[in-house]
Write a protein that binds this ligand. Sequence first.
Ligand code: KIV
Length: 262
Amino acid sequence: MNVLDFQKMKDEGRKISMVTCYDYSSARAVAESTGDCILAGDSLAMTMHGHPTTLSATTAMMALHTAAVARGAPSKFIVADLPFLSYRKGLKDAMDSVQELMTAGAHAVKLEGVRGHAEIVRHIVDSGVPVMGHLGLTPQSVNLLGGMRVQARTDAAVDLLASQAGELEQAGCFSLVLECVPCEVARRVTELLTIPTIGIGAGPSVSGQVLVYQDMLGLNPGFRPKFLRTYANAFEVIQEALDTYDRDVKGGDFPSERESYS
Ligand code: KIV
């Protein structure tokens, strides 16, 4: 897949599937899957580093994880998140961050919102770097939003979301993530735009879906938002394997003769 395939898939009515990924070994599994593309998301601050929000992600962290993902999944299209405030401190800082992520192996960058940085989006695109937008629940603004909650619940908020989506398209974004918005709102924005929308908690009427790797594989027990479908119970599988190993070691069953050098 390359950046042009996003538009092609929307135009042909084919859904885009995206999953987050942050490290080499997970990337190898994603590389062998039929999924279309990878998001090296700033959610790695939470899933990989245990922070309570995405605000702790830095460009250095994003570049380190993006590079590991690129080594594990060299044939997949990788979008990397520009982290908190990295594109809000002027053009030079924004472009330094973009450069770090792209030279780490990303094929595109994603950033949240549009108010106050539409010009920066345009400049990044004009510099030859594809940009994915992100509206609705924008986790980097969690403190302003008063928590992680469904967005665009009033007519005014829906109109604002629709006009911001249009601004991002005008600024040159090749696609747009819509996070945690009512499905009718996501449908309206998807119909309004030419570019594809990628939903998370945005219902079925979008051009594609993205889920967080740990959440969809059941590696994040206790996290069960309404929108999430878990496709495996990997946490339990891993825990059981670890307990079996521990039992085998302590019971003298591991290593066996077959697993030892003579
Ligand atoms: O960082 C992330 O995982 C994201 C997705 C939730 C879209 O931005």
